[in-house]
Design a binder for this molecule. Structure first.
Ligand SMILES: Cc1ncc(COP(=O)(O)O)c(C=O)c1O
Length: 380
């Protein structure tokens, strides 16, 4: 290979892509079982719904499988119609994504260039810096609340406002945030929206909002008519239990949805996922049961983990808790893997002493707790 080609393909990639480090997902169950020769491992690493899919979803998936020789409805007409009814918005305000991750990336692609910047908080969801970096825009990472703040490690909205300038095209806010579980009160968010320049797009990522309750599902949508620069993103991966099918959406002004539609892949949601999401929306009793199970699981984990000396739990409104071990978390993570429990180390978020643990089923939570206590007892 000639010298000129030696650095191919890396040095020939777009500038933003060259510096990217890929997202590292939670360790899959199969992988742990294969690598460690373990059976019946427990995965509490990816904020999934532990209840399994709703039976209504399974029936819809089976029916939809019969037509997979056809392309899906690229416009997602039926799902948008059902979602619009459920949310009290118009179908033309909706954009469907291959997970809400897809929408976050589409927003970055629509608005960011090397001459612009995006603002987000320290410890915010890791896809934001990746999506921004890929476009070569500047990531303005705003220091989070300190450890003594009631929302320790959460977003500092005043500091985020101060970071916005005329080149800021996007502000990402996760409410509740992953991995911290921290949240923002509606009054504070509304006041923030009033102060953001009208030409800066505020992406309000509400992947976990259904865990807060039915009121939270409607709250931010009521602000859309007042703030055309607001985009609310949601997902079917969490409380709706469809993480494996990849369906998310945004609610925005119709003009914003029209822009996103210009770069969206024409068939970004497959036909099985479209049918499953529609069925999942119908089964609101599954959502209610999942919300209840989650708050019980969170309460159990929080209380039990807090009672362990030297360990602190950050209060959470998601389906997970962030645990401050007060010591490097990787050895604890590794020891838990050996005990057949997968949680999430968050050193890549700048939190090397923390572990994120998804609230699982009652049995999974108890398995985690037994393993966690024993690992801490045995580590010196
Ligand atoms: C805050 C937040 N936003 C968005 C997502 C993306 O989820 P999905 O692409 O599955 O919709 C996640 C996933 O963990 C998340 O934690």
């Amino acid at each position: 290979m000639s010298d000129a080609n030696k650095n191919f393909p890396l040095n020939y990639a777009a500038a933003g892509v060259r510096a990217l480090r890929p997202y590292v997902p939670g360790k899959p169950l199969d992988e742990l079982e294969r690598e460690y020769g373990i059976r019946n491992a427990v995965k509490l690493a990816s904020n999934e719904n532990p209840a399994g899919p709703s039976p209504m979803v399974l029936r819809a998936v089976e029916a939809a499988a019969k037509t997979i020789n056809r392309y899906p409805d690229g416009a997602g007409f039926q799902l948008k119609k059902s979602l619009a009814m459920h949310l009290g918005v118009e179908p033309r305000q909706l954009t469907l994504g291959n997970g809400s991750n897809d929408i976050l990336v589409l927003l970055a692609e629509v608005f960011l260039t090397a001459a612009t910047n995006a603002v987000f908080s320290e410890y915010a969801f890791l896809i934001y810096p990746l999506a921004v970096q890929a476009t070569s825009a500047e990531s303005r990472v705003v220091p989070a609340n300190g450890v003594d703040h009631p929302q320790a490690l959460g977003h500092d909205l005043n500091a985020m406002l101060a970071a916005i300038d005329e080149s800021t095209r996007l502000v990402f806010i996760a409410n509740p945030n992953n991995p911290t579980g921290t949240w923002l009160e509606p009054e504070a968010l509304y006041a923030f929206l009033q102060k953001v320049p009208p030409t800066t797009v505020v992406v309000l990522d509400e992947a976990y909002c259904e865990y807060i309750g039915a009121q939270a599902v409607r709250m931010s949508l009521a602000w859309l008519s007042e703030f055309p620069n607001l985009v609310v993103t949601r997902t079917f991966s969490k409380i709706y239990g469809l993480a494996g099918l990849r369906v998310g959406y945004s609610v925005s002004s119709p003009a914003m949805a029209e822009l996103l539609n210009r770069i969206r892949q024409p068939f970004n949601i497959n036909s099985i996922a479209l049918a499953a999401a529609e069925a999942a929306l119908v089964d609101q009793s599954y959502i209610e049961a999942s919300r209840k199970a989650n708050s019980e699981g969170l309460a159990f984990l929080t209380e039990a983990v807090t009672s362990i000396a030297g360990v602190r739990v950050i209060p959470s409104q998601g389906n997970f808790v962030l645990i401050d071990l007060g010591r490097p978390a990787l050895p604890v993570y590794e020891a838990l893997l050996h005990a057949g429990v997968i949680v999430r180390p968050v050193g890549n978020y700048g939190l090397p002493n923390h572990l994120r643990v998804t609230a699982g089923s009652t049995v999974e939570n108890a398995t985690f707790l037994t393993a966690f206590s024993s690992v801490l007892d045995n580590l010196v």
